[in-house]
Design a protein around this ligand. Sequence first.
Ligand code: 3PG
Length: 213
Amino acid sequence: QPLLAALSSAAVPVLPVVVLEDAADAVPLARALVAGGLPVLEVTLRTPAALDAIRAVAAEVPDCLVGAGTVVSERGVADAVAAGARFLVSPGSTRRLLDAMDDSGVPCLPGVSTASEAVALLERGVREMKFFPAGAAGGPAYLAALAGPLPEARFCPTGGVTAESAPGYLGLPNVGCVGGTWVAPPAVLADRDWARVESLARAAASLAGGAPP
Ligand code: 3PG
């Protein structure tokens, strides 16, 4: 099942994105997200700890749907899937990356930030995509403007999304969920404040859901 469709049917409006410096933080983090009602986690492949973090969550927190973000190469696709990533997210989309994602066997959200990039994905039969960097690329107004000409595309806006701006995206007909680091921000991770993550997750989980697939 495509990722946004799965999150929508599970009533999960927010995809938490994390940059982890220490793989040992992954399991308590994932448990805090699950406890707060967000049973999903995107671990970005930006740190040496990322693959170990994905492996640990996949093995120890089965309730948490763990995936890899910042997947920008064929190597990233292969490493993430081997580590147990159950979905893949990329800030962009190239033919090589899309071919690798097609072969990965897991749901993928390749990234776009323009109408032409979205049309290129629709041409390939890809209907679910990340809109990145959402705030800088035009925010809810830009996505709202794509809904008319490209009604079949479903977006996960990410990049600069906050607890305050999330509802403006989630109210759009072409947004399935929103992604961001505000649920587990760097300062909270540095303090290993899992109770804080749980309460941020609970607030995020209570946002009104996005559009159906
Ligand atoms: C991403 O990888 O999508 C961004 O880094 C999200 O980060 P932000 O929510 O802090 O903008």
